[in-house]
Each structure stands twice: as structure tokens, then as C-alpha cells.
Design a protein around this ligand. Sequence first.
Ligand SMILES: Nc1ncnc2c1ncn2[C@@H]1O[C@H](COP(=O)(O)OP(=O)(O)OP(=O)(O)O)[C@@H](O)[C@H]1O
Ligand SMILES: [Mg+2]
Length: 361
Amino acid sequence: MFSTRPIRNEKDLFGKRHKEAVKRLNKTVREGDFAAILGPRRVGKTSVINVFLNKYGSKYKYLYYDLAFGMGREAISYMELTPVMSNISEEELDYSATLNLGLVKMDIKPRGVVEFQNAFLNLLRCLNKKGERVIIIFDEAQVLPRFAPLNMLGMLQTISDGFENVTVVLSGSMPGLLERILNPSEDKPFFARYVERIHIFRWELEESVEYLKKGLGKRKYTEDELVEAATELSNVPGFLAYYGKLRVNGEPHDRAMLMAVEYAVKLWKLDIRNFIRIYKSPAYVIALKKVAKGPSFGVTTEEILTEITSLTGISERRAKEILKNLVDGGLLTKPKRGIYQIPEKPLRMAILEFQDREIYF
Ligand SMILES: Nc1ncnc2c1ncn2[C@@H]1O[C@H](COP(=O)(O)OP(=O)(O)OP(=O)(O)O)[C@@H](O)[C@H]1O
Ligand SMILES: [Mg+2]
């Protein structure tokens, strides 16, 4: 029952809102709208997409791209843009479409970015003409702009404007960065089509406890233990799955908690490192540490800006940008105007433990 890999079967997908997200995704795609699946890390975005594909995928033609590998990278080659899953078979395509599919799947190596881009659009054009609904899914889509010179945003624009039977699903754990793709500034290409935003949230405390109870079945546990696990792991499905797995494998509560928190902190440290790889400045860690050391209800903009500017000497305008990037990247939340919080307990621990030398790798 407890799996630390994305869920595929609907019966394993726990939580009313997760199940509703699958239905909404199907409805959106069926109606031909673009969809964006937004939610923090390890909350079940990929699971929702997988369950959707597993349940409804046979009704559509799809190409599924998992771009998670690009999260800590500034530049990604189009040669790495290969679908991890697709149900488009060569038999039902004509010769040129087969060739394009080969280039898109990299079975045949394209000779350059332009050839690849053309192959992609030609394949979609051909599928679009057949009248079946086609879905292109990009998991962790906030990295799409980093495929330059491959113009992914331009391709989305072309699909949106010209291919009425093709729908794009974008998922991302960096909500603000994904919004920048959905709503770019005036000087960038943008697609005018309506985008249905499907938010996935961490579980409520009761849901977390229910999930653990369901998975633990007749094993021995106390209500307090489960509440503690849910609270310390901030109701994050991915971390609770890990805790549950340890319990099922015979670890007592205290040890399972310790190991699950350690796992969560380790993953968050990796995420922070990936973030800094893209954004570079040590000011990010300074800002995060300032909030992490403050009270759990949050730290004011003023306090953080003062800390950043006094320790680094950068301008206040630049310091404000840093705060905005941290919120867009999902590392800080802004519960109300002028207040910043760390969204999860394990993230707070990861920040406090983060060594400054780690900034420079
Ligand atoms: N609704 C759910 N029911 C049961 N398990 C879940 C659910 N959502 C997530 N999980 C578990 O949590 C873990 C993370 O899920 P998943 O990979 O789908 O999340 P994600 O949001 O895509 O994460 P990431 O940010 O790493 O891409 C997996 O082990 C999965 O089994
Ligand atoms: Mg995922």
C-alpha cells in the first residue's frame, strides 16, 4: 500500500481532492483546454497524471515528458527531450508522420534543433488532422524555457493557435515559475488559450492520519503517533508514504519518524541546492535562513530585506527580486502581505542545516 513511487492505480490514490483532480484533468482535456497542475513538491502531481493516463489514456493519443531531470540545470539540450511514455504507434501513421515520430522519440537522430522542432510540429499537425484528441504532457514544465534555442514556448503558442485537437498539460512544483510560462510578459510569446489551473494540496491532518491508518491496517500503532508523524512531516504525501513504509517494514514509531524526517530533510537540501544552481546568489540562503530562524507565523519583508542588504550589500530592489523568486520557486510562502513563511517543517530544518559552503557546491 505505501509506495514511494508515483501512484498509477486509482484505487491507491488517496484523498478526495487528489481524485477530483484526476476527474478535472480528464474533463479539461476532453473539452480541449490546456491544463496546469500546480502543487508543492512530493504532493502527488505525477501520481495524478499517472492515474489519469492509466484510467483515461486509452481514449487519447499522448506523449508524456518527464522534465524533472532538468530542475537543477541552467541549460538543457533538445536531445534530452524524449518522451518517457507514449501510446502513439507507428502503424497508424503515414510515412512522413512515422518519420517525424522517430525524430521526436529520437529513434532517428535529428540533425539539429530546427529539424527536431519541425518534426514535432509536423507530427502534431498530422495527428491534429486525424481528429483524435492528442495530449502532450510536460511534468515539471517550469524548465521548458531552458531548452533554448529550442523554442518550446513558441511551440506551445503554435499548438494553441493552430492545432485544435492537441491539448497540453503542464505540471510544476514551482508554481510562480510555471505561471511565468502561462502568463509571460508582453515581450515574450504567449498562448492565448484558456488554461485550467488544477491545484494539488498537501493533505489535511485528518486525511494524513486516515491514509496512515488505512495502510497500517491491523498493525499496532497509536493515534498520537500518527498525528505526530503527520505534523512533523507537514502532511506531505510523499513523506508520509515513506514513514508508512518503514512502519510496515517493522520499524517502531520513533525510529520511523527519525528516518522519515531525515529523508525529507535530505530531499529538501537537494532541492535547495538545485535552486541555488540556477539562481546562484548566496543572498537566497541568507533570506531563507532569516525566515527559518524566525517564529513559525512568519517574518516581515522589512526584516528579511534588512538582513539581505546588510550582509551582501546588494540593492533593496534586487533583494525584493530574490524574495519573489523564492516564493515563485515554492521555497517560501506569503500567507499575507508583507509576511513570509517556510511552508514545511522538514524544509525549515533543511535550511537551518544548510551549510554556507554548500552554496558553492
Ligand atoms: N494521493 C496520494 N495517495 C497515495 N500516495 C500518494 C498520493 N500522492 C502522492 N503519493 C505518494 O507520494 C509520493 C510522491 O508522489 P508524486 O511523485 O506523485 O508527487 P509529485 O508532486 O509529482 O512529486 P515531485 O515534486 O517529486 O515531482 C509517491 O510516493 C506517491 O506514492
Ligand atoms: Mg512529480
